[in-house]
Design a protein around this ligand. Structure first.
Ligand code: AMP
Ligand code: MG
Length: 413
C-alpha cells in the first residue's frame, strides 16, 4: 500500500491542465486565470481626490488654525467624472469631491471637516501636507506591471481588479466535464420508501454538493446496480463523454466490487489502488491511455469507497487537488495548523488517519477535539467537524495535550 503523499504525487504527475478559453469577466468567477495580466494603464489612471474637501496649494496653509484660519477664494467645484478644471493658483481653492480629478496647480486636498465656507471664500482651519488626500496616478501600480498571475483562482476581488484595469474578458481554463456514478443494489433516492436492506444514497448528493462548492457541476449523475455488464456499459459511456469519472462504491474487495476491474477492461491505466489512509483505503485512481496521435487530455478516473465519510474525505484529499490542477490552479495547498489535542486518540492500523475534529480557540490558543462518531459510515462525525486531525501513519496513540497537525476543512477550495 502506498502512502498518501506518494499517491498524491502520482496523482499530480498524471493530471493534464485543460485547454483555455476566453470568458466575459461577469462569468469568470470560480475559474482559474489562464494568463498573466499586465496592467493596461497606470492605477489610478489620474491624480484624484481621496476625500470630499478643497483642492489647495498646501504652502498657503502653513499657519492655519481654528482660531486664525487661512481664507482662500473659491473658484469652482469639481465632481467625480468632471474634467479637472479650473486650475488652482496660490490663495485659491476648488471645491472637490471624492474621486474627482485634482486640478492643475493643486498639491493637496483639505478635508471638508476642517473648513468653513462663507461669501465665496473658504476658511481653512488646519494645515495640510503636500500630496495629502490625493491618490496619485500610478500610486498603486504602473502600466505594464504584472497585477495578476496565471494559475490564480478568480475571486470577486480578482474580477474587480480586472474590471478596474479595463478588461472585459479574460482567458481561463475550461472546467472539467464530470460524471458521477454511484453503485450499489441497496441504494435508493432520498424521499422514497425504504424496503428491507435498502439505504438512501447519500454520496451522489454529498459529492454533487462538494463539486458545487468548488464551482463545478456533474454533467451526469448515474445510480447503478452492482450488475457487471450494465455497469461496464455505463462506465464506457461515461469515459466517452467526461473528462473525469468519479465512481462511488464498489471499489473494494467484495464479490460485487466491479469498478476497478471494469475500468481496467475498458483500457484505463491504474495509477494506484489502495492507499495507507483511514478513511479511504480502497481509493482507486487511473487514467485513460491517450489514443493514437490524438494528443487529447487524458481522462481521469476515480473509484472512491462507498461509505459516505470515506467518499467525502477521499473526494477532498484526492479529487479536489486533481480538479484544481485540471483547471490550472497553482499553489493551492490546504491550510494546516497545529493545535492541542483535548482527548487521547488510539488506533490499531498503520495507516495515516484523518480524524474528524472541531478546532476552536481557548485562551488564544488552538485546541482540537475529535467529534463523536468516527466510523466511516457515520456522517454526523464529519458533519460536525471543521477540521481533520492528522494521526500519523506509524503512531498508535496520541496522548491528551499532544500538539497535533490539523487541516481546516474548507469545501470551497
Ligand atoms: P462499497 O464501497 O460499495 O463496498 O460500500 C461500502 C458501504 O457504503 C456499504 O455499507 C454501502 O451500503 C455504503 N454505500 C455505498 N454507496 C453509498 C451511497 N451512495 N450512499 C450511502 N451509503 C453508501
Ligand atoms: Mg457496494
Amino acid at each position: 500500500m502506498i502512502d498518501y503523499q506518494q499517491a498524491l504525487n502520482k496523482l499530480r504527475a498524471n493530471v493534464d491542465t485543460l485547454p483555455r478559453k476566453r470568458v466575459k469577466i461577469e462569468e469568470a468567477a470560480g475559474y482559474t486565470l489562464g494568463q498573466k495580466i499586465s496592467a493596461r494603464a497606470d492605477m489610478p489612471t489620474f491624480d484624484r481626490s481621496a476625500m470630499d474637501g478643497y483642492a489647495v496649494c498646501h504652502a498657503d496653509l502653513a499657519s492655519a488654525t481654528a482660531r486664525k484660519p487661512v481664507w482662500l477664494n473659491l473658484i469652482g467645484t469639481i465632481y467625480a467624472g468632471d474634467p479637472a478644471r479650473p486650475p488652482v493658483r496660490s490663495e485659491t481653492a476648488v471645491r472637490i469631491m471624492t474621486g474627482a480629478g485634482v486640478p492643475q496647480g493643486a498639491d493637496a486636498v483639505v478635508i471638508k471637516e476642517n473648513c468653513r465656507e462663507s461669501g465665496g471664500r473658504v476658511a481653512v482651519q488646519k494645515p495640510v501636507g503636500p500630496g495629502e488626500n490625493i491618490r496619485r496616478r500610478g500610486g498603486e501600480f504602473k502600466r505594464g506591471a504584472e497585477i495578476l498571475s496565471a494559475g490564480m483562482k478568480i475571486t470577486p476581488p480578482v474580477i474587480g481588479l480586472l474590471a478596474t484595469d479595463g478588461h472585459a474578458s479574460v482567458f481561463v481554463h475550461r472546467k472539467p466535464r464530470i460524471t458521477l456514478v454511484v453503485t450499489g443494489n441497496e441504494l435508493i433516492a432520498p424521499g422514497k420508501r425504504l424496503r428491507q436492506g435498502q439505504i438512501y444514497d447519500a454520496n451522489s448528493v454529498a459529492v454533487g454538493a462538494a463539486l458545487h462548492e468548488m464551482g463545478l457541476k456533474a454533467s451526469a449523475i448515474l445510480r447503478l446496480k452492482d450488475d457487471k455488464p450494465a455497469l461496464k456499459d455505463a462506465l464506457a459511456r461515461a469515459l466517452g463523454s467526461a473528462d473525469v469519472v468519479i465512481a462511488l462504491g464498489g471499489v473494494s474487495v467484495g464479490d460485487r466490487d466491479f469498478v476497478k476491474d471494469i475500468f481496467e477492461d475498458l483500457g484505463v491505466e491504474t495509477i494506484f489502488w489502495r492507499v495507507a489512509i483511514k478513511p479511504g483505503k480502497p481509493t482507486y485512481f487511473g487514467r485513460s491511455r491517450s489514443k493514437g496521435r490524438t494528443k487529447k487530455t487524458r481522462k481521469l478516473v476515480f473509484g472512491l469507497p462507498g461509505n459516505p465519510v470515506s467518499a467525502l474525505v477521499t473526494f477532498h484529499k484526492f479529487v479536489k487537488p486533481a480538479l484544481s490542477q485540471m483547471m490550472g490552479t497553482l499553489d493551492e495547498k490546504p491550510i494546516k495548523l497545529t493545535a492541542t489535542l483535548q482527548k487521547k486518540l488510539r488506533k490499531n492500523t498503520s495507516r495515516l488517519e484523518w480524524v474528524r475534529g472541531v478546532l476552536s480557540t481557548r485562551r488564544g490558543k488552538f485546541v482540537v477535539a475529535p467529534t463523536t462518531g468516527q466510523d466511516s459510515h457515520m456522517l454526523g462525525g464529519l458533519a460536525h467537524a471543521n477540521c481533520l486531525i492528522e494521526f500519523p501513519r506509524h503512531k498508535t496513540s496520541l496522548g491528551k495535550n499532544t500538539i497535533v497537525e490539523v487541516e481546516l476543512l474548507n469545501w470551497k477550495v
